[in-house]
Design a protein around this ligand. Structure first.
Ligand SMILES: Cc1ncc(COP(=O)(O)O)c(C=O)c1O
Length: 434
């Protein structure tokens, strides 16, 4: 009956799964570290790090001071001019980058950084008009990145989007036809290579993928997949883009997922955690690639100096406070706790925790692995009542994921409390379902 576990047997929602109950949005007024407060003074442990962006705890005084100092000097500098925070940040990113990914471009949103990466790929493969992406990928909400992302059913913007070719990817917990995850990884690599060679009209400029699919359901691939994709790209002269908007800046227990999986892409897209709570994103590109010519990549606020100054302070703090090590350590603690919980809570189908990118997939039945969507909505809702904000799947995936992704420097008692609440809530939901 293993084949029942395959994704194709599940009813995948045709529209985004509305995870948040229709209740009014919480109005947040204050944040410090891993805590946030609402307008009624209620305190919450923030296991969402505000869309996984506060890798460094919220409102870190070092970041706030750096931003305020820059605000006092000059709020806006157009990218035609050089600026001190730009020079400093370029140098810092070079220090923490991988391989020869030494060229930097900036934007204020991960989506636009993703488009910058696509443009650079086309610039360097001028005769190629195709991009290959993975089926459960998420790269943003600009027109182009939306086309490369979930949810693809019911997409009203299709007519004015570039065409992407989606390939299947491994999903170890739900491997096709009950396959061994390693065999499924080889199958998916074969399908990727087939697609590049004969599945699209004309050459492929790049394969773009998240090392771990964040919004698609925290799907991590077998290690062989990452190396295999790199080899296939090299064999066919295709560039490899890692979208590290979620996995970058320490979330995995390493600065980059590229280091965690020991595979160097040609371009990394980054965002979220880099700005310490200020809007910033960008790309790191191999310095052997041709860079943009004047005017090809020009965003008015692309070098917003306040965000750049905040990012310099954030990177210093990530290094000074050893946040990669902390993420690894806290991630191990969370994994241990969740695996123990899984022995008692039947709703937990799978536990996935590389670094502090932790999550559980809830199922109504461990044999069929049918997604427990209602239960995950309830976990979210009851978590709020008990003062914990858990992450949930919103745009994609099966709508049955609960994420524990607080700031990387969360204090152990707060993390323990959040997991106690998760355990309590799961227990109550299971009890009521009997
Ligand atoms: C992997 C990934 N790429 C890109 C984006 C888009 O970033 P932004 O919302 O800053 O445009 C996101 C946002 O969730 C993401 O998770």
């Amino acid at each position: 009956m293993n084949h029942l576990n395959s994704l194709a047997d599940l009813e995948v929602p045709a529209a985004p799964v509305a995870q948040q109950p229709a209740a009014e949005k919480i109005t947040l007024v204050k944040a410090r570290g891993s805590l946030v407060w609402d307008d009624a003074g209620r305190e919450y442990i923030d296991c969402t790090a505000q869309a996984w962006s506060n890798n460094l705890g919220a409102n870190d005084p070092r970041v706030v001071e750096a931003a305020v100092a820059q605000l006092r000097e000059m709020t806006h500098i157009r990218p035609n001019f050089e600026s001190i925070p730009h020079k400093n940040l370029v140098a810092k990113l070079r220090e923490i980058s991988v391989g020869s990914l030494n060229r930097t471009g900036f934007a204020l949103h991960g989506s636009l950084a993703g488009e910058m990466a696509m443009k650079l790929a086309f610039k360097n493969r001028p005769h190629a008009q195709n991009l290959v992406v993975l089926q459960d990928g998420y790269h943003g909400r600009s027109l182009a990145t939306l086309g490369a992302s979930w949810p693809h059913p019911n997409n009203p913007f299709l007519a004015i989007q570039p065409r992407f070719t989606r390939v299947p990817h491994p999903y170890p917990y739900r491997a096709r036809m009950g396959m061994d995850p390693e065999a499924e990884s080889q199958l998916c690599l074969g399908l990727l290579e087939d697609t590049i060679v004969k599945g699209v009209d004309g050459p492929v400029a790049a394969v773009m993928m998240e090392p771990i699919q964040g919004n698609g359901g925290h799907i991590e691939f077998p290690r062989s997949y990452y190396k295999g994709v790199r080899e296939i790209c090299d064999r066919h002269g295709v560039l490899l883009i890692f979208d590290e908007v979620q996995t970058g800046f320490g979330r995995m227990g390493t600065m980059w997922a590229a280091q965690y999986y020991d595979v160097t892409p040609d371009i990394i897209v980054f965002g979220k955690g880099v700005g310490g709570g200020f809007p910033l994103a960008g790309i790191l590109a191999d310095d052997r690639l041709k860079w943009f010519d004047e005017g090809e990549e020009a965003l008015t606020f692309g070098h917003f100096p306040v965000s750049l100054a905040a990012a310099c302070a954030t990177i210093d703090a990530i290094r000074d406070d050893k946040l990669c090590e902390k993420a690894k350590d806290s991630g191990e603690y969370v994994t241990e706790r969740l695996l123990e919980m899984q022995t008692r809570r039947k709703l937990i189908g799978d536990v996935r925790c590389p670094g502090l990118m932790a999550s559980i997939e809830l199922v109504t039945d461990r044999v069929t692995k049918a997604p427990a969507r209602h239960a995950s909505q309830e976990v979210y809702r009851r978590g709020v009542e008990l003062g914990v904000l858990f992450g949930e799947s919103r745009y994609a995936g099966l709508g049955n994921l609960i994420k524990v992704k607080p700031p990387l420097d969360i204090e152990r008692p707060l993390l323990a409390r959040a997991l106690d609440v998760l355990d309590e809530v799961l227990g109550a939901i299971e009890e009521e379902g009997k």
